[in-house]
Design a protein around this ligand. Structure first.
Ligand SMILES: NC(=O)c1ccc[n+]([C@@H]2O[C@H](COP(=O)([O-])OP(=O)(O)OC[C@H]3O[C@@H](n4cnc5c(N)ncnc54)[C@H](OP(=O)(O)O)[C@@H]3O)[C@@H](O)[C@H]2O)c1
Length: 264
């Protein structure tokens, strides 16, 4: 499996498994199925209320585990991470992210300072953010001198966030795509289906292969164990330059499906 090098010199698997909306009671089986299929990156968050189940499913040691600080804990990040670690049954995670900047509260710089301390304390190996716009990134970098390793943002063929991606490239930040399949909607798009039919691949494989070809880390979610092996095998699907260009051309600046980062 391909890995990307983070700006703190650690490695992150490029392809991972998302767990949003998978209930705590069901997620252990999905995580185990994901590990059986080959996944070695699991993405959860305190707000998903499934960290206990994710922890139960982690039957291998060599798994890159991400969790996230929820919005009402920006002033309380150390205790929040301890609570997540207790549920996950781990002494540390691989990556801890500030889930949303919540700029109205004006406390994300303090939260970022706390994450820097948590990395120093060995509670998380790497630190990053999610849903940060370039203006938020500018501020934490200027005020702390520490650049996030990852920014996890909404990114799919119909919402490609090119300004953010360019900023990340300039600053050595890995772009990680959330809702990479457009929450399942983009799987039905005729342009994706046509490429999939021609290549003998599934629409999900085509979209995941596009994220990988663009150099993003990508965390498609499925709650269906039968889909895990084929989603993981997307790494073997090789898109032609024309296919990548055709998917690039699907970009829609108004294609956002989730909340705007300044509005949550
Ligand atoms: N940082 C953030 O603010 C944030 C926000 C949203 C999401 N995320 C993360 O990103 C992950 C992925 O995003 P997402 O869950 O919103 O959406 P997504 O991965 O774009 O799409 C998931 C949808 O695609 C379907 N699907 C997956 N593989 C399929 C396949 N092979 N064939 C047919 N359908 C398939 C799933 O259905 P089934 O489950 O029925 O297979 C589900 O409906 C989340 O789980 C979470 O870890 C982060």
């Amino acid at each position: 499996m391909t890995s990307l090098t983070l700006n703190d010199a650690r490695m992150i698997p490029q392809l991972g498994l998302g767990t949003y909306q998978i209930p705590d009671a069901q997620v252990a089986a999905i995580v185990r199925g994901g590990l059986d299929a080959g996944f070695r990156l699991i993405d959860t968050a305190a707000i998903y209320h499934n960290e206990r189940g994710v922890g139960e499913g982690l039957v291998h040691d060599d798994v890159f585990l991400t969790t996230k600080l929820w919005n009402d804990r920006h002033a309380d990040a150390a205790a929040a991470l301890d609570e997540s670690l207790a549920l996950l049954g781990r002494d540390e995670v691989d990556l801890y992210l500030i889930h949303w900047p919540r700029p109205e509260a004006d406390d994300y710089v303090d939260a970022w300072r706390a994450l820097v301390d948590l990395r120093e304390a060995g509670k998380t190996r790497s630190i990053g953010v999610s849903n940060f716009l370039p203006e938020h990134l500018d501020r934490i970098i200027a005020e702390t001198g520490v650049t996030p390793a990852v920014n996890q943002i909404e990114l799919h063929p119909t919402f490609q966030q090119r300004d953010c991606v360019a900023y990340h490239a300039d600053h050595g930040i890995v772009t990680q795509s959330w809702s990479p399949l457009g929450q399942g909607e983009t799987l039905k798009d005729d342009r994706i289906v046509a490429i999939a039919d021609r290549l003998g691949a599934t629409p999900a494989q085509v979209i995941i292969a596009w994220h990988l070809a663009k150099g993003f880390s990508v965390i498609p979610k499925t709650a269906n164990v039968d889909r895990l092996p084929s989603n993981f095998a997307a790494q073997e699907v090789k898109l032609a330059d024309d296919d990548i260009a055709a998917i690039d051309a699907m970009n829609d600046r108004d294609g956002r499906m989730g909340p705007h980062p300044n509005e949550l």
